[in-house]
Ligand binder design. Structure first.
Ligand SMILES: C[S@@+](CC[C@H](N)C(=O)[O-])C[C@H]1O[C@@H](n2cnc3c(N)ncnc32)[C@H](O)[C@@H]1O
Length: 150
């Protein structure tokens, strides 16, 4: 998933659904020293664990729904929003709120990248983003789709 993102020169990165931090770690390894990462995760135990793993000043673990991202994002919009949210399990209204806020908090030059198991998401994202590309990776278990939007 991360190989589809450009990290050089990027200043604001948002991750949706931090989970156990494996994607978070990959982002931190790749991002510039002066970049800032905001991670949204609704599970408190996961958030506590993420805060222990990633105490860096430029990494903020936000224990709230991605649907509330507008409350936390700085004035500057995001260059990259990377998501592993399980959209097929999220109710339609909440899902649409996250799609809309993701679109409106992304810079015009920014990218939203989702890893998922359902190709159907591509058609949902097409209502919010001008350009959608898809890829398939065997490097995830189970193999997954990567949807790249801007
Ligand atoms: C597939 S897991 C993430 C896997 C994670 N990227 C990793 O590498 O471990 C999805 C995560 O999204 C979180 N989540 C679900 N709905 C959410 C929401 N509305 N806002 C933020 N996080 C959410 C879940 O608690 C779960 O940890």
């Amino acid at each position: 998933m991360l190989s589809f993102a450009q990290f050089k020169g990027v200043k604001v990165i948002v991750e949706l659904g931090g989970g156990d931090g494996s994607i978070t770690r990959g982002i931190i390894e790749r991002m510039d020293a002066d970049a800032k990462l905001l991670v949204f995760e609704i599970s408190e135990p996961f958030c506590n664990n993420l805060r222990k793993q990633f105490p860096q000043k430029n990494v903020e673990i936000i224990c709230d729904s991605a649907g509330n991202m507008d409350k936390y994002l700085p004035e500057e919009k995001a260059d990259l929003i990377l998501s592993s949210l399980p959209f097929s399990l999220i109710p339609k209204d909440s899902r649409m709120e996250i799609y809309e806020k993701t679109r409106s908090h992304l810079k015009p030059t920014g990218f939203f990248i989702q890893i998922c198991y359902s190709y159907i998401l591509k058609f949902q994202f097409a209502q919010y983003f001008k350009s959608i590309k898809t890829a398939f990776t065997l490097r995830n278990f189970p193999p997954a789709f990567i949807i790249i939007c801007n």
